[in-house]
Design a protein around this ligand. Structure first.
Ligand code: 3HC
Length: 312
């Protein structure tokens, strides 16, 4: 299957930077446009990417030319001259985007706004993919159709064709290291879109699994209750932070204990995913722990903020 010649990655956080890197380095997509509403985030993310590439060069995994070419394929999109809130989407469209990977914050309202803008501004055969950890792909497809305008209903041919191009492409953190990508078709995703998404993920060097569009998909429907249970153990005083993590690392061979992993993912992201699971299923087994909510209230978001269950 032919790969896209131009992709756009929306969001230059830890996931977006990792996706842009594997798309350029592994899949060798000729143009990888990287957009973030905060230009400083792009600068920070690209500096981190440069460090990763320099390490690959120093370890002899790639040549200096390869590292240079990888970076040259990545083009940052500056929003400072934007005329309106979604001007960036017009630019991504004008530059020929054939596939978008949205990796913005895990909030429904933010993602819906992005999908509305993408549907309005990108060509009508572009794949609109989300790296969401838990939000319904079918819901994002609905937002995309709404973005086409009031005269396009979700049931019309144009509406169905637009919804058919929306798909979940869920990478894992750190993207350059983790070997999996979970691909999620929404109710209306077309077979062609699903195949294009799988081909892209495979070209990025990932093994691909498929999950139905249920809250958290397979990965987070399994991982998040596990992390939450560890936080509840800490909350109830069952064991100390270090003993909880040590139990899973040394007793079960996990590379990180669950509290360390929650910090690594980001406590705000963990809470957002758990809320989606809880609201989407109304099943009490997914109720987020009170401690997790309080830590997010305090701004203790884990590794990225310097403090979570551990200090960084
Ligand atoms: N970005 C890129 N590479 C990274 C990285 C990052 N943020 N963090 C670590 N690495 C690389 C290191 O550079 C190193 O590469 P090298 O072998 O080329 O030198 C390699 O990973 C190993 O790193 P370290 O030696 O520093 O440390 P560890 O051996 O402890 O490995 C780890 C670090 C790979 C993060 C490992 O602890 C691990 O696998 N942890 C579990 C991660 C996990 O479960 N991720 C999934 C989270 S869930 C998710 O993403 C889904 C979402 O929806 C919530």
């Amino acid at each position: 299957m032919a790969l896209p010649r131009t992709i756009s990655v929306i969001g230059a956080g830890q996931m977006g930077i990792g996706i842009a890197l594997v798309a350029s380095l592994r899949a060798r997509i000729p143009k990888v446009l990287l957009y973030d509403q905060n230009p400083a985030q792009i600068t920070k993310g690209l500096e981190f990417m440069d460090k990763l590439l320099a390490k690959d060069v120093s370890k002899g995994r790639i040549s200096e030319e390869d590292a240079k070419a990888t970076r040259e394929r990545i083009i940052s999109i500056n929003s400072s001259s934007a005329k309106d809130e979604y001007d960036w989407a017009r630019e991504l469209g004008e530059r020929g985007t054939e596939m978008v990977i949205e990796a913005a914050s895990e909030r429904v309202s933010i993602k819906e706004g992005i999908f509305r803008a993408l549907a309005r501004n990108l060509s009508n055969d572009a794949v609109l993919a989300s790296n969401t950890s838990s939000i319904s792909i079918t819901k994002l497809a609905g937002a995309a159709v709404d973005g086409l305008g009031k005269n396009v209903s979700r049931a019309s041919e144009e509406g169905k064709s637009c919804a058919g191009r929306v798909v979940g492409v869920h990478f894992f953190n750190p993207v350059p290291v983790m070997k999996l990508c979970e691909v999620i078709p929404g109710l209306q995703t077309s077979e062609a879109t699903l195949e294009r998404a799988k081909a892209f993920a495979a070209a990025c060097g990932k093994e691909v699994t498929t999950s139905k569009d249920v809250p958290g998909f397979v990965s987070n429907a399994l991982l998040m209750p596990f992390l939450n249970e560890a936080i509840m153990c800490l909350e109830s005083g069952t064991a100390t932070r270090d003993d909880i993590d040590k139990t899973l690392r040394l007793g079960m061979g996990h590379p990180m204990g669950p509290l360390q992993l929650a910090d690594f993912i980001g406590l705000d992201t963990c809470l957002a995913i758990q809320e989606t699971l809880y609201e989407g299923t109304r099943d009490s087994k997914y109720r987020p722990s009170i401690l997790l909510g309080r830590m997010v209230d305090a701004g203790w978001l884990g590794k990225k903020s310097g403090k979570g269950f551990y200090d960084y």
